[in-house]
Design a protein around this ligand. Structure first.
Ligand code: TXE
Length: 481
């Protein structure tokens, strides 16, 4: 059985406890590797390594840091086939998706921040004849990066890249459900010549390793992506310690379709925003609101495409829908489907476990599921399901659909389909969302602010937002006298 090792002080090491956790391949429902069941002592060693590495790394030049990050990006691309295969096996997502999205984006994360740090500028403020102010941005020290299982290497590198680029040293924890690509990433860092202790990866359970990282007094900032409930737990520990916190949490995103939209484009994009990655993306549009006059035609076209989606072995090129990430998550999503039925939902597609023939017959597969006839305020339309389950609902006015859209405790992203630019701007002003996509979905410029409001999180990632999060700011005022 393959073993995954921690990456501490530049070495691949076993957990001090020599205790291991099973790592599943969700498409076949079997354990295929073991991950360290790390403890407080492993986190302590990682933190010490990061602390010892900080003076040299923080005093390196931005050119030196940019060069190493770019070398890591190049090695990700060189090994992208192995990384994509590992991601698909670990997460259950189609291999084609891992090849097209996850791994290329991980490389882009590294190269983007390798370049961003070279072009980052800071402010100065002239006080006429009195004085000049300039803003210094300095690395914080040892920082913690904790990431989820839905886009494992993509979200892991999205945090690590800006943290390293700004001269911090890192203690990172990937999800225990999808640890493999983080392990392969640690080998890439060694091969790229990242100095020992600059990045440390400690595998293990959230409530153990994640908790120890969050509460360690020498880990000065926490960048987290995951569930809202976990975000609350992290904040409870970190806030009284006055740690900087970046929390990217759940979503329940409205996908709003006006009658004057490009219908074919709206339908095709809505299939992707509903079911990509088996609906396990915080940015998925799980509530589809359609202007009444086109509701029938949209529903027909949408359902036709949904029912043609091929579910099956994620390694098969033809598979559009892979397995969910775990048995536990499959059960959670099935429970939501039962609740939707009890709430009076009319099942238009899916709703059942899917059992492929052959080697994936024990995998955690679920049919893409579509409901209509539910009220906007029922739990199915209020709670994040994080699986291939969406609801359709007609609306009659902008005011009505804004009320529906803004009714949840989340505020991550919204999609608006319309050919009326004034309406698009009006809606964007009024939607409770950190991101609004007009006539598109998941179009990403990494310089833009990324994140949500309400219970979708605190802070923004991306571009200067990430570089500013991972630095402390000093204003220096020099008198002219
Ligand atoms: O996230 P978790 P999971 C949502 C989605 C999903 C739910 C749970 O609703 O069903 O979150 O998913 C670590 N202290 N999203 O289980 O549990 C954990 O080990 C410190 C939306 O992935 O939040 C993992 O590394 N760390 C999200 C990471 O936190 C802790 C994407 C995320 O785990 C911890 C994924 C603790 N007490 C899930 N408990 C998005 N917005 O993209 C756990 N962890």
């Amino acid at each position: 059985m393959d073993k995954i090792f921690n990456y501490i002080n530049g070495e691949l090491v076993e957990p001090l406890s020599n205790q291991w956790l099973d790592n599943y391949n969700p498409a076949i429902g079997e354990v295929y590797s073991l991950i360290p069941d790390s403890t407080k002592e492993d986190v302590e060693n990682a933190q010490k390594a990061a602390k010892n590495a900080f003076p040299i790394w923080s005093n390196s030049t931005i050119k030196e840091r940019a060069t190493i990050l770019q070398r890591i990006a190049n090695l990700i691309l060189e090994r992208q086939d192995d990384l994509a295969f590992a991601e698909s096996v670990d997460n259950g997502k189609p291999l084609a998706l891992a090849k097209k999205v996850d791994i290329p984006r991980a490389a882009t994360n590294m190269s983007f921040f390798a370049s961003a740090i070279l072009h980052e500028n800071s402010e100065s403020h002239q006080m006429s004849q009195v004085a000049i102010n300039y803003t210094l941005r300095k690395p914080i020290g040892v920082v913690g990066c904790i990431s989820p299982w839905n886009l494992p290497l993509y979200l892991f590198t999205w945090k690590i890249a800006p943290a390293l680029a700004t001269g911090n040293t890192v203690v990172a924890k990937p999800s225990e459900i999808t640890p493999m690509t983080a392990f392969l990433f640690s080998k890439i860092c060694i091969d790229a010549g990242l100095p020992k202790g600059v990045l440390n990866i400690v595998h293990g359970l959230g409530a153990k390793v994640g908790f120890e990282i969050t509460k360690h007094p020498n880990i000065k900032a926490i960048s987290f992506t995951g569930g809202t409930l976990t975000g609350q737990k992290i904040a409870e520990v970190a806030a009284p310690m006055f740690k900087k916190l970046s929390l990217e949490l759940g979503g329940k995103n409205p996908n709003i379709i006006f009658a004057d939209c490009d219908l074919e484009k709206a339908v095709s994009s809505s299939v992707l925003s509903s079911f990509s990655n088996q609906g396990q993306i915080c940015l998925c549009g799980s509530r589809i609101f359609v202007e009444r006059k086109i509701y029938k035609v949209f529903k027909e076209k949408f359902l036709k495409k949904v029912k043609s989606l091929t579910i099956g072995d994620p390694l098969e090129k033809s598979s559009k829908i892979g397995s969910l990430v775990s048995q536990q998550h499959l059960e959670k999503v099935l429970t939501h489907i039962e609740v939707a039925k009890k709430d009076g939902g009319i099942l238009l597609a899916g709703g059942n476990k899917f059992i492929p023939k052959g080697k994936c017959s024990n995998g955690y597969f679920l049919e893409p599921t579509v409901f209509e006839g539910l009220s906007y305020d029922c739990s199915t339309n209020q709670e994040e399901i994080f699986g291939p389950v969406v609801t359709l609902m007609p609306f009659d006015s902008e005011e009505e659909v804004l009320n529906f859209a803004n009714s949840t405790k989340y505020g991550l992203c919204s999609m608006v389909w319309t050919s009326d630019l004034k309406r698009a701007n009006r809606m964007s002003l009024k939607l409770d969302s950190g991101i609004v996509w007009i006539n598109c979905w998941l179009v990403r410029d990494l310089r833009t602010p990324f994140g949500g409001m309400k219970e979708s999180g605190v802070g923004r990632e991306g571009g200067s937002y990430a570089l500013n999060f991972f630095t402390e700011t000093t204003n220096v005022c020099i008198s002219y006298d």
